[in-house]
Design a protein around this ligand. Structure first.
Ligand code: CMC
Length: 426
């Protein structure tokens, strides 16, 4: 029998259906609430609101669990590649060897971007943030490749084109921003190796591909590949609900990710650690500032809406710092500061009582610095990783039989009706 809950409003009892997810998560179905009771719900930030049913990613914030299509993030990070994980997210199953090869061929075949797009890149002022450029360029893809979204059978091609071209565009934007020659993708390289090569190869110094660093990049992107209904994914779904083309919806996701409370936190963490380093490595001062409710400063890379324990991605990322740095034969003073900051914060009652732990962004910047990625490209790295998630969530929402255009209600608190005042009488 269908489970229901009773709601008593103004003395009247209403019975509302309950939806139970496959992991036992319960939601009260309030779709008819306004129609039957005249009331709406109020939930700024949507902390208690489920916006969809989804079979892509499961998170348990209390236990620190993250699974893509049922597979634990730890297992995917250990055994999978970013391309395989992308296939899994988009199709719901792990690919066979044949399917994976087909995907690789598609990714390679679609890796070039239209030469005219380079002019577009060059027209941006040099100081432009790469996230703004990427968001505009993804929207522009629609104009350069309009034919591919016209037929239903080409949707998968569009997905792979996005994955492949966004990676090429990201590396291209870096080269152009430095005034260096653009390096083209190579057919003989895997997805991640190709990206590193496009970023760091140069006519004067060929880039030597190191399989351990390629592996590290695979893991980095697997960890970012999806995270259910976060701010940017919600943006993709909301914008996509107006039936806009996929490029515009993904571009909205990139714009949302840019914010320092979301994907931009990886850049903000490094800026914060650099600031602490400049202040003699005084982590206590940063912790005190973060605790001061009159100070807007927050410990970047700490806290999460869903995780009330250690972010499982942060555990893997923390371990990767040492692997990447030792491989690069580098040390990073910011890593010592990050570790010290974590130790002090995790012993502090403010952080303990508010369940504030390091999130994925706390250590990810150190990994990226180790790989040689410049700080202003960090959030772009997050965006490339999140693409398969956005694409999968967009597709799921478009195919959802319960789909409706996103259009929240509000509680109006402004002026009641009043008469217009002619300008001379104001
Ligand atoms: N430093 C100090 N205090 C914090 C922090 C922090 N990093 N995060 C949360 N708090 C406090 C906050 O001030 C609030 O205190 P009070 O109850 O006294 O008002 C309490 O903890 C609850 O915080 P909240 O802002 O209501 O929590 P939220 O779920 O709305 O926000 C968050 C989540 C991630 C935006 C927030 O924790 C934050 O701003 N963290 C720093 C930015 C960051 O690292 N973002 C990356 C998130 S993970 C990757 C991603 O999503 O992209």
């Amino acid at each position: 029998m269908e489970k229901t809950v009773k709601l008593i409003i103004d003395g009247n009892t209403y019975e509302l259906p309950v939806i139970v997810g496959s992991e036992g998560e319960k939601a009260i179905d309030i779709r008819k609430l306004r129609q039957e009771t005249g009331y709406i719900t109020y939930d700024p930030g949507f902390a208690s609101t489920g916006s969809c049913r989804s079979s892509i990613t499961f998170m348990d914030g209390e236990k620190g669990i993250l699974r893509y299509r049922g597979y634990p993030i730890e297992q995917l990070a250990e055994h999978s590649t970013f391309v395989e994980t992308s296939f899994l997210l988009m199709n719901g199953v792990l690919p066979t060897r044949k399917e994976l090869n087909q995907v690789r061929v598609h990714l390679n075949d679609n890796s070039l971007v239209h030469e005219d797009m380079q002019d577009f890149f060059r027209s941006f002022p040099r100081a432009s943030h790469p996230m703004g450029i990427l968001s505009s360029m993804v929207t522009a893809l629609r104009s350069f490749y309009p034919e591919y979204m016209s037929a239903e059978e080409n949707i998968n091609t569009t997905f792979l084109r996005l994955l492949s071209k966004v990676r090429t565009m990201a590396a291209m934007s870096y080269k152009i921003s430095r005034g260096h020659k653009v390096i083209y993708p190579r057919q003989d390289l895997t997805y991640c190796a190709n990206f590193l090569n496009m970023m760091f190869d140069s006519p004067v110094k060929p880039y030597e591909i190191d399989e351990d660093l390629v592996r590290a990049l695979n893991i980095f992107w697997i960890l970012h590949a999806d995270h259910e209904q976060n701010c940017s994914t919600a943006a993709v779904r909301v914008v996509g609900s107006g039936k806009v083309n996929i490029y515009a919806a993904i571009s909205a996701g990139i714009a949302a990710l840019w914010g320092p409370l979301h994907g931009g936190a990886n850049q903000a963490v490094i800026e914060m650690l650099t600031d602490i380093a400049a202040n003699n490595g005084d982590v206590n001062r940063a912790v005190e500032k973060a605790k001061d409710r009159n100070d807007p400063f927050r410990l970047m890379g700490f806290g999460h809406r869903v995780y009330k324990t250690y972010d499982p991605r942060a555990k893997i990322m923390k371990a990767m710092c040492d692997i990447v740095l030792s491989k690069m034969k580098k040390s990073d003073p910011l890593l010592d500061i990050a570790r010290k900051l974590e130790e002090v914060a995790l012993k502090d009652p403010y952080f303990i009582d508010s369940n504030l732990y390091p999130n994925v962004d706390f250590y990810s910047g150190i990994v990226l610095r180790g790989l040689g990625i410049p700080t202003n490209m960090f959030t772009v790295m997050f965006a490339i990783g999140r693409l398969p998630g956005w694409i999968s969530q967009w597709k799921e929402s478009i195919d959802d039989p319960h789909w409706r255009i996103s259009r929240p209600r509000q509680v109006y608190t402004g002026e009641k009706e009043r008469d217009y005042i002619p300008i001379d009488e104001r």
